[in-house]
Design a protein around this ligand. Structure first.
Ligand code: SF4
Length: 245
């Protein structure tokens, strides 16, 4: 595992900075802006993983990196690691379409799993409803709120590729607290089954979902009751304006 710092075409370097699923306080944003000015940062760029890239000269990298912890920020891990988690604005205070607290869950997952070593980078995305503004079906481990405190989990998706892959439904209506043992199980199985540097999506394509199914008793998934009403699904189908997060 390494840190996400990459040389750019113009000879400068990009430092990828991770916050809490893209959420910054005004003080964090102002502090990052000051640190960026002090370190001669050329540009700051928001990324699709809800991180921030700072482009600067190589010799300024240590100065910027040492300023990040005091701001509650860090350099993103990269290369054989669980990457920054994407989570939408789905919670009771923000997006009115939210069926569950996707943001809180995403931040909790990131705090627990960011940087965990795995055979090849694992991307996790959490969405507060089936609209899926964070593309959970294009993540290695995608989570979609389904209401009543439960979430559907999709496995083996892959975006950002010439051949994107949609994840497959691994578990229905998993209770929030059961997401963590399920993710532990998936990462352990992935580590055990993957060939060197094999993406999770490739392992699922090669072996199917069966090796990743949770053993009896690990989670209390409930597939007996539909929790998303038809009116809401119709609304998601195109009647509303886009409030994506
Ligand atoms: S509409 Fe988008 S931002 Fe809102 S809860 Fe659904 S997935 Fe999240």
């Amino acid at each position: 595992m390494g840190m996400a710092i990459f040389k750019q075409s113009n000879g400068m370097y990009a430092v990828n900075i991770v916050a809490s699923c893209g959420v910054l306080t005004p003080d964090q944003l102002a502090g990052l802006g000051k640190a960026a000015r002090d370190c001669g940062v050329f540009r700051l760029k928001l990324t699709t993983r809800q991180t921030i890239v700072a482009v600067l000269d190589k010799e300024q990298i240590p100065r910027l990196v040492e300023r990040l912890p005091e701001l509650g920020l860090a350099v993103s891990p990269y290369g054989g690691a669980v990457r920054a988690v994407k989570a939408c604005a789905g919670n009771a205070a923000l997006c009115p379409r939210a069926l569950g607290d996707a943001l809180d869950l995403g931040i909790a997952i990131q705090e627990q799993y960011l940087g965990r070593e795995v055979p090849k980078d694992v991307k996790i995305a959490v969405a507060g409803c089936p609209r899926g503004c964070t593309d959970p079906l294009c993540a290695d481990f995608g989570i979609v709120a389904r209401g009543a405190g439960t979430f559907d989990v999709f496995l083996g998706g892959r975006g950002g590729s010439a051949k994107p892959v949609h994840g497959q439904l691994l578990a229905n209506r998993v209770a929030r607290e059961d997401i963590f043992p399920l993710l532990n199980h998936v990462l352990e199985r992935y580590t055990a089954l993957a060939q060197p540097k094999e993406r999770l999506s490739a392992v699922v394509a090669r072996l199917g979902l069966d090796p990743f199914l949770p053993p009896p008793g690990l989670i209390t998934a409930d597939d007996a009751q539909e929790t998303v009403d038809e009116e809401f699904l119709a609304f998601l189908g195109g009647k509303g304006s886009d409030q994506s997060g």
